[in-house]
Design a protein around this ligand. Structure first.
Ligand SMILES: Nc1ncnc2c1ncn2[C@@H]1O[C@H](COP(=O)(O)OP(=O)(O)OP(=O)(O)O)[C@@H](O)[C@H]1O
Ligand SMILES: [Mg+2]
Length: 279
């Protein structure tokens, strides 16, 4: 049986909304000992202001490479990356990032780890205000009272919460998350999904999430982009039309089950393990 819904659809947000992130015909290859390795191939992707976009795709297809391009840590061989209409030519202070491994500095307290981006990108705001913001974020993610602890005194899930606070402390326009919940157990991961929704209700950021977890993509995102196998193109885009406040129960509705089946089929296509039919 072929899924009727399986056709590429444009972003679900109103078309008049400007794109904050625009990736246009981006191709990139890495030089390796055995010659160039093409990783991205004419990739187009556009994320509107305030939108939450999840990107899924086969392992090694180029997802982390994509995050590095958006963060300005890598310049593509060809094509353009725009942030707020301006070409990305290097790292920007308006971007916050969190990864699978939180990489907190062991010699600093949790509060001082969260404050780190504000030391790297100095501004004229008094330190007391910075501390107030950091403590507010820590409280929002359930870490009130842990600000003076060292990273090794926290669990993996708690460290990842602190790392989310650090990514957001300087009020970035864009939050880039590269499998931030991948190393956590299922229950902690679901807790953090809910915390992401709470953070999003409080903070007006635009998100690019890389994940291997299709349920996570459907629970968190406004749209899910499936990348093809390497060299990756945007193979398929699924708008997630759950307009009410999401709860974990939403993952067990027929609508979600259908969306997950569609995504799973697209991943199989990307892996070259399936033909166009889903029978
Ligand atoms: N700096 C580099 N030099 C050479 N090859 C690289 C470099 N960075 C990444 N690659 C290669 O590019 C390909 C894409 O890597 P990337 O990390 O973007 O994949 P990914 O989709 O994030 O994979 P995963 O799902 O396993 O995290 C891989 O084959 C990887 O080995
Ligand atoms: Mg990766």
């Amino acid at each position: 049986m072929t899924h009727d819904s399986e056709k590429s659809v444009k972003a679900s947000l109103p078309s008049d909304q400007p794109s904050l992130i625009q990736i246009k015909a981006v191709s990139h290859a890495f030089n390796t000992g055995s010659g160039p390795l093409p990783v991205l191939d004419s990739l187009d992707l556009s994320i509107k202001k305030g939108q939450f976009t999840a990107v899924v795709g086969p392992s090694g297809c180029g997802k982390s490479t994509l995050t590095r391009l958006v963060a300005g840590l890598l310049i593509p061989d060809s094509g353009d990356v725009f942030l707020d209409g301006k070409p990305v030519k290097g790292p920007r202070s308006t971007v916050g990032m969190a990864f699978q491994n939180p990489v907190l500095l062991e010699w600093r307290s949790i509060l001082d780890n969260v404050l780190l981006p504000l030391e790297i990108v100095p501004d004229r705001v008094p330190i007391a205000e910075h501390k107030e913001r950091a403590l507010g974020l820590l409280s929002l993610v359930g870490l009130a009272g842990f600000e003076d602890k060292k990273p090794s005194e926290l669990s993996g899930g708690m460290r990842q919460r602190a790392s989310l606070c650090r990514a957001l402390v300087h009020k970035p326009e864009v939050l880039i998350l590269d499998e931030p919940f991948g190393a956590l157990d299922a229950f902690t991961r679901e807790d953090l999904w809910q915390i992401m929704h709470e953070l999003r209700a409080e903070e007006p950021f635009t998100t690019l999430l890389i994940t291997h977890d299709l349920r996570e993509s459907v629970f968190l995102a406004d749209e899910v982009v499936v990348l093809s196998g390497r060299p990756a193109k945007a193979q398929f885009t699924l708008p997630v039309r759950i307009d009410h406040e999401r709860t974990l129960d939403d993952l067990y509705t027929q609508q979600s089950i259908d969306m997950l089946a569609t995504l799973r089929h697209q991943i199989q296509l990307a892996q070259g393990r399936s033909t166009g039919s889903n029978s």
